[in-house]
Write a protein that binds this ligand. Structure first.
Ligand code: MTE
Length: 329
């Protein structure tokens, strides 16, 4: 599934249209157009690279200039923008898949602050504009597999979380990273229903957080994140079930002990801390062996096989060497 040539990831020497399915190629053209637009408006950095153009208080639909990183592009057909933005889990806006698209207009993604704190040498509160500039934005096409048994393929825009972590300079006590998301009843109607403990919280072990695949995500399809997808900044951990990918982050905290997480607190026997996509470990109430690709597989199509670590085993399996993944589910 990774684009490889002579044992290496493909370089610029292959015409992109030859190696890439049309949807991905089309999407890259969209990104290139965004880069061109940024150049035309003068939003180009000193080295000629385009800068993110997100400056308006109402950033909805604004283009982000990002270069596609071919190292992180799966070749599966990309899910449509419509499906990605209308079939969502974001319980702060309701529990039906269509609720977030209908209700998340009340989220105010700007101005926005993200506090980076805890066991680090450089605690800092980032303004979202500053965050957009910590490293050149990349477009990456990842699979997302929900614990409920459906999946999508999404062209995200962001930077490796490791870029932020390097700046924070974790101390020896930083063993885990906790992600805490917004919980504001004035913006989030779903908070009046005590389904989960709010704020929504998730966590990763330090090596998982530092892994280059772990994406601090600010956009999709070349645009700023729609509210229902976790505007203005979320985490994406592609080898884990979707619920690890917390939306609308307000705090990233470095801690010594494994942090509590919302779904694990809600049902510890159903949702483990690790939550790696693993077709060999059933959820207590359903099998995890197969999945339905949204927009492609109908209810009567045979389901496709779920891949170990969601297809990212080559990249991440070594993180779990020696661990019993049935126990550490
Ligand atoms: N983050 C918050 N704050 N609240 C949520 O309810 N749902 C999670 C995750 N992040 C959720 C969240 C779940 S269960 C999934 S599958 C993904 O977001 C869905 O992301 P998407 O709607 O962008 O596809």
């Amino acid at each position: 599934m990774w684009i490889k040539r002579n044992g290496h990831l493909s370089g610029d020497d292959i015409a992109r249209s030859e190696i890439t399915p049309r949807e991905v190629f089309e999407n890259r053209r969209r990104v290139l157009r965004a880069l061109g637009a940024a150049a035309a408006t003068g939003l180009v950095g000193v080295n000629g690279e385009a800068l993110a153009t997100m400056t308006s208080p109402d950033a909805k639909g604004q283009k982000l200039a990002a270069k596609t990183n071919p190292k992180y592009v799966v070749t599966d057909k990309v899910t449509s923008f419509k499906d990605i933005t209308t079939y969502n889990n974001y319980y702060e806006f309701g529990t039906d898949k269509s609720d977030p698209a209908q209700n998340a207009h009340s989220l105010r993604p700007r101005p926005w602050k993200l506090s980076v704190e805890g066991a680090i040498k450089n605690p800092k509160v980032y303004d979202i504009d500053e965050l957009l500039k910590i490293a050149p934005l990349e477009e990456r096409v990842y699979r997302l597999r929900c614990v409920e048994g459906w999946s999508m393929v999404i062209p995200w825009v962001g930077v490796s979380l490791s870029e932020l972590i390097k700046r924070a300079e974790p101390t020896g006590n930083a063993k885990y990273v906790q992600f805490i998301t917004l919980a504001d009843p004035s913006q989030m109607p779903g908070l009046s229903t005590p389904i989960l403990e709010w704020p929504y919280s998730e966590g990763l072990r330090m090596d998982e957080a530092m892994h280059p695949l772990t994406l601090l995500t600010v956009g999709l399809y070349g645009e700023v994140l729609p509210n229902q997808n976790g505007a203005p900044v979320r985490i994406i951990v592609p080898w884990k079930y979707g619920f690890k990918s917390a939306k609308s982050l307000v705090k990233i905290r470095f801690v010594e002990k494994e942090p509590p997480t919302s779904w694990n607190t809600y049902a510890p026997t159903e949702y483990g801390f690790y939550s790696n996509v693993n077709p060999n470990v059933d959820h207590p109430r359903w099998s995890q062996a197969t999945e339905r690709r949204i927009g492609e597989d109908g209810f009567f199509t045979p389901k496709r096989k779920t891949l170990m670590f969601n297809g990212y085993a080559d990249q991440v399996a070594s993180l779990y060497q020696g661990m019993d993944l049935k126990k550490n589910f």
